[in-house]
Design a protein around this ligand. Structure first.
Ligand code: ATP
Ligand code: MG
Length: 436
């Protein structure tokens, strides 16, 4: 992408309405613009990141055997009357009437709809288990939308739903999703910790929030450093092996981890001080087993063996895709701007032509741009070098290839790693092979 002809409206000034770093940086780097309270338009750079995050979520869901579908944003009130949640939900639900005065709503979540779809199609226990997911916009009329995309009213969420024959099966689906989540967050360069959350009337211990550390998090969190050392990859655990899933779940639940609400000072005191990790945390995902709550209320059953009737056991599994854009910035930025992890960065390399009009810098930057194809952002604007440095750091692309007249005359470039600030003068070939 050529910056000279791109829509990347960066801001020099810090927007007054933004209280936290990620919100300020997202506005300044031209990733999003607010169009109404808690509702954002994703501009080209921000949209690239959003799609990269969604792609990682999708890849790990697929690898765990979940199947992607797409449910609509609008739902009928009748579905929600079946579960009893239409009246129970309260003012966070956006209620809408169509031209025939029928009650609709903009979905804050999809348990009812997926249950309706499943009951219309599944007939036998042999068709279970199933895990279905979508990545779709949700609307919750939050009392206090704030922190930019981290607490919006409209937000993009991956939500998966599992259907199992029995409790033991539901437990396996839950563990599978938990493992997929740890892999998902690690691939984004995040250390996420699963923490026990309230299960409400369902009871049991099958509700976990996934929390990442960042100074502006909404809750205080405590965990054992052991979580950071676990290898979550498929060489350690297979999502297809029951024994692996159980071993994985034991690891996730024996090491200490708690939010301030559930913190146990005694257990914490017994933990080796060198292993204690404490800080503010942001919730980026939540998984929940709720048994037959919706299947029962909505009359969903399948034929079991020997004439038995089976009411499927369900769970739901959410990841805040749009919140993650902000959360990753909270976890990875410095005074100069965003520091994107390689896996989600909008581009891999920013090429800075420090003197537009100079024959040597022009030739070299164009050659690099051609070689790198879609992975490069070329700063070919007629701007001062200082402004280009500042914008490149602000945008946070992992590598910078800086081409001024002096290095260009020698047929070389300066290669800078955004995260460390390290800069080396290298040949074009070396620069290209280092970023590869
Ligand atoms: P919170 O406690 O932060 O309000 P929640 O517990 O109500 O979130 P869930 O219903 O568990 O949210 O949804 C799963 C995920 O969706 C959350 O972990 C979060 O990442 C994301 N999410 C929820 N509400 C919002 C929002 N208003 N804006 C952006 N993302 C959200
Ligand atoms: Mg939650």
């Amino acid at each position: 992408m050529r910056l000279s002809s791109s829509f990347v409206p960066t801001l020099r000034e810090t927007p007054a309405e933004a209280q936290i770093a990620s919100h300020r940086l997202m506005l300044r780097a031209g990733l999003v613009r607010q169009t109404a309270s808690g509702i954002y338009a994703w501009l080209p750079m921000g949209f690239r990141v959003l799609q990269n995050i969604a792609a990682i979520v999708r890849a790990e869901q697929d690898a765990a055997g979940a199947q992607e579908l797409l449910m609509p944003t609008l739902q009928t009130a009748d579905l929600w009357r079946e579960s009893g949640r239409y009246d129970a939900y309260g003012p966070e639900m956006l209620r809408i009437k169509d031209r025939h005065e029928r009650d609709l709503l903009y979905g804050p979540t999809n348990e009812e709809m997926i249950t309706d779809i499943a009951r219309g199609a599944l007939r036998s226990y042999r068709e279970l288990p199933q895990i279905l997911y979508h990545i779709q916009w949700k609307f919750r009329d939050e009392v206090r939308p704030r922190f930019g995309v981290m607490r919006g009213r409209e937000f993009l969420r991956k939500d998966a739903y599992s259907f199992d024959r029995d409790y033991a099966g539901a437990v396996l689906s839950y563990r599978k999703m938990m493992l997929a989540y740890m892999r998902t967050f690690r691939r984004m360069g995040l250390q996420a910790i699963p923490m026990v959350a309230d299960t409400g009337p369902i009871g049991g211990d099958l509700s976990h929030e996934f929390i990442i550390l960042a100074p502006t998090g909404e809750s205080q969190v405590f965990y054992d450093a052991a979580f950071e050392e676990i290898d979550y990859s498929s060489s350690s655990f297979s999502t297809g092996s029951e024994a692996d899933l159980n071993r994985f779940f034991d690891l996730m639940t024996t090491h200490y981890a708690a939010t301030d609400e559930k913190h146990d000072a005694g257990a914490w005191a017994r933990l080796d001080p060198a292993r204690r990790r404490e800080g503010r945390g942001i919730e980026v995902g939540h998984i929940f087993y709720f048994g037959q709550k919706y299947s029962k209320a909505m009359g969903f059953s399948v034929a079991g063996p020997d004439g038995a009737v089976i009411v499927p056991e369900m769970g739901s599994y959410g990841i805040g895709v749009s919140r993650l854009v902000g959360a990753i910035i909270e976890a990875s930025h410095d005074d100069a701007g965003i520091v994107w992890p390689d896996s989600v960065a909008p581009f891999r390399v920013a090429i800075l032509n420090l003197r537009v009009g100079d024959a040597a810098t022009g030739t070299i930057t164009e050659a690099l741009y051609e070689k790198l194809g879609g992975q490069a952002l070329l700063d070919d604007r007629d701007e001062r070098a200082g402004a280009k440095f500042a914008d490149a750091d602000l945008m946070g692309v992992p590598w910078q290839m800086i081409v001024g007249p002096k290095v260009a005359a020698a047929g070389r470039v300066e290669l800078k790693r955004r995260a460390t600030g390290e800069r080396h003068e290298v040949s074009l070939e070396d620069a290209l092979s280092r970023v590869a």
